[in-house]
Design a protein around this ligand. Structure first.
Ligand SMILES: *Cc1c(COP(=O)(O)O)cnc(C)c1O
Length: 379
């Protein structure tokens, strides 16, 4: 047991998940609809507040895809997208035959830089095409600069697709993440703050939009006794079995947020006297982060020559999983041909940043193993 693997972020069951799944079996609701799907949507609507409407889907990626469709994105359109993110934020742009335009991060929240965003919009308009949508991400559960990004979006009349896949439980000035965009997206993948084993949700400001998303997600069946279709359909609805896991997870969501925040506080304390390492935290108290993943930035000039990679390898040798920050999309082979606006903030973060084990289920012994590596390598 001594050297059992410490994961970056692993599923953490609350207790009643199996009961909800059992109920689905007992009622033979083993389908992509049923009481757990409705129940999970209601739980999420209540949790998010702000009169939001939620449609449970098979993944966060599906929610982004449908979100772009609801915002009217079509083949040939340009979509502005935060470069520093997981590829699932950007892939649906290509599913639609649209063109991603990548935007750098700012240094405070590591998310969409409002200055680079406006620069890009002005330049794309000058090139003859106004972008159709903005994909903004709350990286690692830290909210993006909500007001500055909204101001730019509104100035040019471009809607925001808020990728809140990593930020369920985070908020800004008391308002929950997922409710700031014209469309919001959540993920319940296995490594996220809560999981349905795999799943996601779309968050909309009106019931009509939610209904439209669910319509697309269930093969776009027109109202007719036979199968009749006047729009392209998708098979993107969440199963009632997965939703049962989600309902159990909703009961422990706030506890898990607390535990992840305690992991972040543990790292702040662990690194406070270590030169050259900064723990990623919110810029001020308007921001409330779920700290889905805790991340650090290493400055090798101040840390006795230890860099992100040597630290990662030291953890790996002790069977502790760490991971570099998201590699920016404009540096990815699949996306490097597309335009990019920025100032090397995301490149520098990628070079020096590392995500550390952040699960809500880590034990004192595991924290001690992590601390030992840090003290040995950097102390
Ligand atoms: C996980 C994630 C997604 C995709 O969600 P899935 O449910 O895995 O499809 C999208 N964007 C970001 C930023 C994510 O972290």
């Amino acid at each position: 047991m001594e050297n059992q693997k410490i994961w970056l972020s692993s599923p953490h069951m609350g207790g009643s998940e199996q009961q909800f799944v059992q109920e689905a079996f007992d009622a033979n609701w083993v389908a992509p609809l049923g009481p757990n799907v409705n129940g999970l949507e209601q739980d999420l609507e209540k949790y998010l507040g702000n009169q939001s409407h939620v449609g449970a889907l098979s993944s966060g990626t599906a929610a982004i895809h449908l979100g772009l469709i609801l915002l009217g994105v079509q083949a040939g359109d340009e979509v502005l997208c935060q470069s520093m993110t997981f590829s699932a934020s950007a892939n649906p742009i290509l599913y639609l035959g649209a063109i991603p335009v990548f935007i750098d991060s700012e240094t405070e929240t590591w998310n969409l830089c409002p200055v680079a965003l406006e620069e890009a919009i002005i330049d794309r308009i000058a090139n003859g095409k106004k972008p159709k949508a903005i994909i903004a991400v709350h990286l690692y559960g830290v909210p993006y600069q909500i007001e500055a990004i909204r101001a730019v979006a509104d100035k040019y009349g471009i809607p925001i697709l808020e990728d809140s896949a990593e930020a369920l439980g985070s908020s800004y000035k008391g308002q929950k993440c997922g409710t700031f965009g014209d469309i919001g997206v959540l993920s319940f993948n296995g490594n996220k703050i809560i999981t349905t084993s795999g799943g996601g949700a779309i968050v909309t400001p009106t019931k009509a939009l939610k209904d439209k998303a669910v319509f697309f997600a269930t093969q776009s069946r027109d109202d007719a006794p036979h199968y009749q279709h006047s729009a392209i359909g998708y098979n993107y609805r969440m199963s009632n079995i997965c939703a049962g896991i989600g309902r159990g997870q909703m009961e422990v969501l706030d506890d898990h947020v607390d535990l992840r925040r305690k992991m972040n506080a543990f790292y702040v304390d662990l690194f406070k006297d270590i030169n050259g390492v900064t723990v990623f935290t919110v810029p001020n108290e308007d921001y409330f982060a779920n700290y889905w993943l805790s991340a650090i930035v290493v400055n090798p000039e101040l840390s006795k020559g230890i860099n992100r990679e040597s630290l990662r390898l030291a953890f790996e040798a002790e069977n502790i999983e760490c991971r570099p920050l998201w590699k920016p999309m404009h540096l990815q082979p699949i996306f490097e041909q597309y335009p990019y606006y920025g100032n090397k903030v995301s490149e520098t973060l990628f070079e020096n940043g590392l995500c550390l084990p952040s699960g809500s289920n880590l034990t004192d012994e595991e924290r001690e193993r992590i601390a030992k590596v840090v003290r040995r390598v950097l102390g």
